[in-house]
Design a protein around this ligand. Structure first.
Ligand SMILES: Cc1cc2nc3c(=O)[nH]c(=O)nc-3n(C[C@H](O)[C@H](O)[C@H](O)COP(=O)(O)O)c2cc1C
Length: 281
C-alpha cells in the first residue's frame, strides 16, 4: 500500500483567530488516511519578493525553507482570505518566491497537485481571492483541483468560538476537496522515460553529458535507478530510464543543481525538449 501523500497546508492569514487558519486545522482533522497534512507556519518570516535575491545562493533562509518544503511535499492545500477583492499580499508574496525556477529548470510548484479553499465572514468572501489564486496557478503550472469549490462565506456561523468547524455542509465540502487532492497525488514509485535527440554532429557530446548525470542522479534521495540506453535504431537518440520512489522525489530531482546545468547544456545540444513519459508503477 502506498504511503500517505504529504500535503503542505498554508493559511494566507497571520491573524491569531483567523478563519482560514481554522479551516486548515479542520482539514487536518478531516484528512483521509491517504493524506498526511502538515501546516506551514512560516509565512510571517518571508520578506518582500526581491528578484535580485532570488538565486539559490542569495535566497533568504525562510524562503529557501518554504521552497524546500514545497518541493518535498506531494501536494499543497491553501486557504486564502480575501483582501480588497484579491489574494492577501503575504500569501501572494510567498507564492511569488516559490514560483521561480531553479536551481533546475522548474519551480517547486511546477505540476504540484494543489487545492484551494477560503473563508470570510462576508457573503461573497474569498470567491474573488480564490479566482485570482486560480489564475496565478495557471502561470505557475500547478496541477490544481477544480472541484469541489470550498467557499466558506459567513464563516462566523460555521465555526464555534474555539475555531472548530461545526457546519456539516462545509465539513462535507472540505472532505470532498481532500479526496480530490488525494486522487491527484500519486505517491507510488514512478518510472520516467526520456528520449534525447542530439543535433547532428553533437551525438558524442550528448552521450558524455548524459553519462555524467548518471552518478549524480543515482546519489539523489529517492532514486531507485537511473540508466541510459543507446537507441540501436537511431544513432542520434539516447534513451534515459529513471525510477523514483515518488513523484515528489522526481520533481525535486528536476530542481537539483546538476540538472540545472544539464538543462542549460541541453538547449544547445538537443534538437528539442526531451520526450518524457511518466508511468506510475
Ligand atoms: C485589508 C482587508 C481587506 C479586506 N477585503 C475584503 C474583501 O475584499 N472581501 C471580503 O469578503 N472581505 C474582506 N475583508 C474581510 C476579511 O474577509 C476578514 O477580515 C477575514 O476574517 C480575513 O480572514 P481571516 O479570518 O482568515 O484572517 C478584508 C479585511 C481586511 C483586513
Amino acid at each position: 500500500m502506498p504511503r500517505p501523500a504529504r500535503i503542505l497546508a498554508i493559511s494566507g492569514s497571520l491573524r491569531e483567530d483567523s478563519f482560514n487558519s481554522a479551516l486548515v486545522r479542520a482539514a487536518r482533522k478531516l484528512q483521509p488516511s491517504t493524506l498526511d497534512i502538515e501546516i506551514f507556519d512560516g509565512l510571517r518570516d518571508i520578506g518582500p519578493y526581491d528578484q535580485d535575491l532570488d538565486t539559490p545562493e542569495l535566497r533568504p533562509a525562510p524562503v529557501a525553507e518554504l521552497r524546500r518544503r514545497i518541493a518535498e511535499a506531494d501536494g499543497l492545500l491553501i486557504a486564502t482570505p480575501e483582501f480588497n477583492y484579491g489574494i492577501p499580499g503575504v500569501l501572494k508574496n510567498a507564492l511569488d518566491w516559490a514560483s521561480t525556477p531553479g536551481p533546475g529548470a522548474h519551480s517547486p510548484l511546477h505540476r504540484k497537485p494543489a487545492a484551494i479553499m477560503g473563508a470570510a465572514p462576508t457573503n461573497f468572501g474569498s470567491v474573488r481571492a480564490q479566482l485570482a489564486l486560480r489564475q496565478a496557478f495557471v502561470w505557475i503550472d500547478a496541477d490544481l483541483v477544480v472541484k469541489p469549490e470550498v467557499v466558506v462565506f459567513r464563516a462566523h456561523e460555521r465555526f464555534d468560538e474555539t475555531g472548530n468547524l461545526t457546519d456539516p455542509g462545509t465539513i462535507d465540502l472540505v472532505s470532498g476537496l481532500l479526496d480530490a487532492l488525494a486522487a491527484k497525488t500519486r505517491c507510488g514509485a514512478v518510472t520516467v522515460v526520456a528520449r534525447l535527440t542530439a543535433r547532428p554532429g553533437l551525438e558524442d557530446r550528448v552521450r558524455e553529458t548524459a553519462l555524467s548525470l548518471v552518478d549524480a542522479s543515482r546519489a539523489e534521495p529517492g532514486n531507485l535507478s537511473y540508466r541510459t540506453f543507446a537507441d540501436l535504431t537511431d544513432p542520434g537518440s539516447l534513451v534515459v530510464v529513471e525510477e523514483w520512489e515518488s513523484r515528489a522525489a522526481f520533481d525535486a530531482h528536476l530542481t537539483s543543481p546538476h540538472m540545472a546545468e544539464a538543462f542549460a547544456a541541453g538547449a544547445a545540444l538537443l534538437t528539442g525538449p526531451p520526450v518524457e513519459h511518466i508511468i506510475a508503477s
